[in-house]
Design a protein around this ligand. Structure first.
Ligand SMILES: CC(C)(COP(=O)(O)OP(=O)(O)OC[C@H]1O[C@@H](n2cnc3c(N)ncnc32)[C@H](O)[C@@H]1OP(=O)(O)O)[C@@H](O)C(=O)NCCC(=O)NCCS
Length: 199
């Protein structure tokens, strides 16, 4: 596998991120999200989301991609603030099936931890993971996140599922648990992205 570069997501990546997002949802959420949603024009739905996010970037978000010469292989997107009382909210983390188990997810998570230490110190970073997504749950648990609550929610495209909130105590703990996966972010960040300092 060729080495990957980690950089800020820009509008130019929107199509590729959307395609990877749709592919990852189809693979991961089959049997959880409705078939007609997953097998429909999911790319178009995701493209609209990513174009809107990346066309009007906000200082309170962090979007990063891991890519090689053939395109985007993984991405993460996080908000500085989510639910009241909680810290940075990691909304999306996906790695192409061809590039999993190579440290890409851990590296993206480590970059979020560094960012969270700067923008939201002392408050618990968190994410929601679908209950049946055991592999992702184990991935987060092995990196120090713990299950905090469960709630039944409507899925994109309809239907409901149980969503689990996983959180770290604070960004320092998250950074410590993901420390082995430091990333050197290359390229110039657009002004809205406050990249965490390099190691
Ligand atoms: C969950 C997900 C993001 C993890 O990404 P990833 O890039 O595969 O994660 P990593 O490679 O960093 O770590 C996965 C495992 O591979 C191992 N690994 C890392 N580098 C490795 C290598 N070179 N060789 C073999 N194994 C390796 C890691 O140790 C880790 O194992 P562990 O969790 O038992 O410690 C990815 O599986 C994914 O995109 N899943 C589908 C979408 C999804 O569920 N997203 C989360 C939604 S909440």
């Amino acid at each position: 596998m060729t080495s990957l570069a980690y950089r800020a997501a820009t509008l130019a990546c929107a199509e590729e991120i959307a395609a990877l997002h749709a592919e990852s949802w189809r693979r991961t959420y089959r049997g959880i999200f409705r078939d007609e949603f997953l097998l429909g024009d999911l790319e178009r739905e995701r493209r609209a989301v990513w174009r809107a996010r990346l066309a009007s970037p906000r200082a309170s978000t962090l979007g990063l991609v891991a890519s090689d010469e053939r395109g985007v292989r993984g991405f993460v997107y996080a908000f500085e603030r989510g639910d009241p009382g909680w810290g940075v909210f990691i909304d999306n983390l996906h790695v192409a099936a061809s590039h999993q188990r190579a440290g890409v997810g851990a590296a993206l998570l480590a970059a979020v931890a560094r960012w969270a230490s700067h923008v939201s110190p002392g408050v618990a970073p968190y994410l929601w993971v679908l209950e049946p997504n055991v592999r992702a749950r184990q991935f987060y648990e092995r990196r120090g996140a713990s299950l905090r609550e469960a709630t039944v929610r409507e899925n994109p495209g309809g239907g409901t599922a149980t969503y689990l909130r996983y959180a770290w105590t604070d960004p320092t703990e998250m950074a410590a648990r993901t420390l082995t996966a430091c990333v050197d972010l290359v390229g110039t960040a657009p002004p809205h992205v406050r990249l965490p300092p390099s190691r």
